[in-house]
Structure formats: C-alpha cells, structure tokens
Ligand binder design. Structure first.
Ligand code: FMN
Length: 186
C-alpha cells in the first residue's frame, strides 16, 4: 500500500442487525443475504447472516433480529427445526428484550399449512415476550415472483420501521461513503 492508504480504509458503520434464515432450496437464504447487503443503505450493518438453528437458545437481546423462513408440509426447513422446537418448548417470557421481524416464503398450493412456520414464529416469539418490529411479510411462490413481494415489504414496511425505531437514516443522508458489506476497503 502506498502513502495515504490508511486514510482510505473504510470500516462499515451502522447499527448492527442479525439475519437468520431457514431454507432448504435457497430462496430464504437469498432473501436473507439481500437484507444484509441492503442494510448499509439504511444505516444498519448485518453483523451475522446464519441459519436459524445456529441461534437456538442463543437469540441476541441487544440488536434486532430478522428472520426469513419457509415451511415444508407445515414443518420447518432442515436448518431451522432445532430452533423451532426450542421456541415450541418455551413457556414463559424467555424472549423478553428480543426484537424481531419475520418474513415468510410459502406456496399457496399447500393451503392448509400455507406460511405455517413463519406464522408460528411470528406469533410464538411475541407470546414469549419478544417485541415484533413490523407486521410479518409474506411471499407466495405460486405467483412466480417472490422477489417483488419481498422488495415491497423490505422497502415500504421493514426499513422504514427500522429507521423509525432505531433512529438511523439512509445512506444518502450521510452514510454515502460506507459499503454495505462487512469489508474493509484499502
Ligand atoms: N409452503 C407453505 O407455505 N407451506 C407448506 O407447507 C409448504 N410445503 C412445501 C412442501 C414441498 C415439498 C415443497 C417443494 C414446497 C413447499 N412449500 C410450502 C413452498 C416452499 O416453502 C417455498 O417454495 C419456499 O419459497 C421455499 O423456500 P427455500 O427455497 O428457502 O427452501
């Protein structure tokens, strides 16, 4: 690195969020990564993007959590079953101080269990003391374009509520030199 290289180093700032997903075929994982890469534009930084099972008995209480998950025959994805069972077993206010938002991917052909797991988590986490940041978002794969429904929720519901609640502002309003990924640029 030449002279002045240190000055060019930019570390991402922004309030930390954690993004967790349950995904068998990659849709919810892709949306989770999308939230993470968009976070910087809204004054946040995704500190972690990981499977739901990694957060079993271990949900952060000091930063907001975004969950993107699907259902298979009304059951959780393979990488979310331990997490869902853990939530099912809670009986009191174990999730006090947990702030969360849920986005569900589903397919209406599974009518009886449409969005079963996202709906369960959204309801049960509040019942166990958690604080829901925004109404749950959903996308229906039967419509063929999950990303459009997701983007509408993200841009019109999720980020506006996050900014209101945590007092951040858009990148254009002062964070324009930050990247949205957790990398240092030198
Ligand atoms: N969607 C629902 O809403 N409820 C279901 O019970 C349900 N069962 C499914 C069973 C199978 C075998 C398949 C292939 C899909 C099912 N779906 C159901 C739709 C998926 O949840 C949906 O396609 C989702 O976007 C998949 O997310 P993923 O790619 O992250 O795994």
């Amino acid at each position: 690195p030449g002279p002045g290289a240190a000055d060019k180093k930019k570390t991402v700032q922004g309030k930390p969020i954690v993004v967790l997903y349950g995904s068998n075929t990659g849709t919810c994982e892709a949306l989770a990564n999308r939230i993470a890469s968009d976070a910087g534009d809204h004054g946040f930084k995704a500190e972690l993007v990981d499977i739901l099972d990694s957060a079993k008995e271990n949900l952060p209480t000091d930063k907001p959590i975004v969950i993107v998950t699907a259902s298979y025959e009304g059951q959780p994805t393979d990488n979310a079953s331990h997490f869902v069972n853990w939530i099912k077993g809670l009986k009191e206010s174990e999730l006090a101080n947990v702030s969360y938002a849920v986005f569900g991917c589903g397919h209406r052909d599974w009518a009886k269990t449409f969005q079963e797991i996202p709906k369960f988590l959204d309801t049960a986490m509040e019942a166990r003391g958690g604080s829901r940041i925004v109404p749950m978002g959903t996308a229906d794969a039967a419509k063929g374009d999950i990303f459009t429904e997701f983007e509408t929720w993200e841009d019109q519901v999720f980020w506006p509520a996050m900014k209101e609640r945590y007092g951040t502002s858009d990148a254009a309003e002062g964070l324009s030199f930050e990247t949205s990924l957790g990398v240092e640029i030198s």
